[in-house]
Design a protein around this ligand. Structure first.
Ligand code: ATR
Length: 275
């Protein structure tokens, strides 16, 4: 029940209608008996600054930031965690007595989604497709865990910029074309592009380049066309819901200071996905 003491958490996004985060967090708050409420805010680019100001003005406890604001938001914050600064993107804000601090829980979310499925990262070689905000967090996560990265992007310059940004963390090389000579070198392939969000999107990679020994990860959910093809081939497949769950777990813990009820959050996510 909403009372005068309810703490508000929000998500700022454009579009926002598709978000599953309110369901996941509200169920978790309820399960732990916390007087918090998570609400969606449709924030257009031109209102981002005002929306961030409103966090203090309205005493909102915290927010998630998602497409397309993760990079633009940084300039409006009082503090940014070292990790988020390094990645160059913020997806979680905590309002700590009128000091707004930004965090990035996407990198942790990706790493935990793999670890939870017993996928090794250390000393393994990854091919990351894409060079947007999500790709940056994923590359950072892999390199920090001791994995190696080949990165491909339609716009090559953006992949080069990611290499520049992270090359002091470990091995990262840009590839300008994806063929067998690349895919045969890697154990895990990650789609970090937005391809697959729309039904008629082309696949980010030809399934002919996949082998049953590959792990195929996708940040998109629910199941994409390429995930289905990868399953047919016999690959181990990790979908985008794992990253969604684990970034939410980390954000929950930042806002509440409590251990998140992971099983409840996972169950809620599965329930809303099958609706
Ligand atoms: P996010 O924050 O979700 O990562 P983003 O920063 O807009 O979103 O990045 C989207 C990624 O998907 C980019 O790597 C983009 O490639 P470009 O950098 O060349 O734009 C990739 N992407 C989107 N549509 C694509 C398409 N039709 N073909 C290939 N790559 C595409």
């Amino acid at each position: 029940m909403i009372t005068g003491k309810t703490k508000i958490i929000g998500i700022f996004a454009d579009p926002v209608e598709h978000t599953l985060s309110p369901s996941i967090h509200n169920e978790a708050f309820q399960y732990l008996g916390l007087n918090y409420c998570y609400v969606p805010f449709h924030v257009k680019k031109e209102y981002l600054k005002d929306a961030i100001f409103a966090i203090k003005a309205l005493n909102i406890k915290g927010v998630n930031i998602t497409v397309p604001h993760k990079e633009a938001v940084i300039k409006y914050l009082d503090e940014v965690s070292d990790e988020a600064k390094y990645i160059g993107a913020v997806n979680t804000i905590l309002n700590n007595e009128e000091t707004l601090k930004g965090f990035n829980t996407d990198a942790k979310g990706f790493v935990l989604s793999l670890k939870n499925e017993k996928i090794l990262i250390k000393d393994k070689i990854f091919l990351v497709l894409g060079a947007g905000g999500a790709a940056k967090a994923i590359v950072y996560g892999i390199l920090k865990e001791g994995g190696r990265v080949y990165i491909y992007n339609r716009t090559l310059a953006k992949a080069m910029a990611i290499k520049e940004r992270f090359s002091n963390l470990g091995f990262i090389e840009v590839v300008s074309i994806i063929d067998k000579s690349v895919t045969e070198k890697v154990q895990t392939i990650v789609n970090a592009t937005s391809l697959g969000l729309k039904k008629d999107d082309p696949m980010p990679l030809s399934p002919e380049l996949l082998k049953s020994e590959h792990v195929y990860c996708d940040i998109v959910y629910p199941e994409t066309h390429l995930m289905k093809e990868a399953e047919k081939i016999g690959c181990k497949v990790i979908g985008g819901t794992g990253m969604l769950l684990w970034q939410a777990v980390a954000a929950f813990e930042i806002w509440t200071g409590l251990q998140a009820p992971v099983e409840i959050m996972k169950k809620t996510l599965n329930k809303v996905l099958t609706k």
